[in-house]
Write a protein that binds this ligand. Structure first.
Ligand code: AMP
Length: 191
């Protein structure tokens, strides 16, 4: 039994927070490409330094780099029983690559949780974020918010072709309210 699930949604929708809670309670790995890039950068690896060129502008890191990093991450033991993908895929090519990576592992994508949040609320949350992320500057925030529509248009059609795969979640409630909904959905992949 393996549960591979994509958490999709605009920046600031809380998908990372929810993925982390699922990891803590249900033991699924959290594969956050943004976090992985930031970790590489903090360790000054060549991959991290290359990714930084794009991240600092709020641009997407090229598919080849991103997919290679996810491929490696999936080989770690904690990802063998399942994982939540948080911030991945963000392009059609990444979505296709994910299908292929899972196929190679003899696994399937169980679900795409689509966190719905109005753009004004995303902006408000990102502007108030206190983590001090280098890409949480107003001009970069605007770019990431605007780009999300393009990300959605390239990724979601891939998943809409599979009836029942996508589960919409209203991301406007409290963290705990949303977690109850998300947890119930994720559990259906573990049964
Ligand atoms: P996040 O923490 O998900 O907001 O990601 C921070 C930054 O990392 C993004 O603005 C991109 O520059 C880069 N990034 C994260 N995930 C991806 C991805 N799947 N594809 C390309 N770039 C990504």
């Amino acid at each position: 039994m393996s549960a591979y699930i994509v958490f999709f949604g605009p920046p600031g929708c809380g998908k990372g927070t929810q993925a982390s809670k699922i990891k803590d309670e249900l033991g699924l790995a959290q594969i956050s490409t943004g976090e992985l890039f930031r970790k590489h950068l903090s360790q000054q690896t060549p991959l991290g330094l290359e990714a930084q060129k794009y991240m600092s502008k709020g641009a997407l890191v090229p598919d080849e780099i991103t997919i290679g990093m996810v491929r490696e991450r999936l080989q770690e033991p904690d990802a063998h029983q399942g994982a939540i993908f948080d911030g991945f895929p963000r392009t059609g090519a990444q979505a296709q690559a994910l299908d292929q990576l899972l196929d190679e592992m003899g696994a399937d994508l169980c679900m795409v949780v689509d966190f719905k949040l109005p753009i004004e609320e995303s902006r408000r949350r990102l502007m108030g974020r206190q983590e001090g992320r280098a890409d949480d500057k107003p001009e970069v925030i605007e770019k990431r918010l605007n780009d999300h529509a393009a990300v959605e248009a390239s990724v979601m059609p891939h998943y809409r072709a599979r009836p029942g795969l996508i589960k919409d979640v209203d991301a406007r409630g409290t963290i705990d309210e949303i977690y109850q909904t998300v947890r119930a959905l994720v559990k259906t992949c573990l049964d």
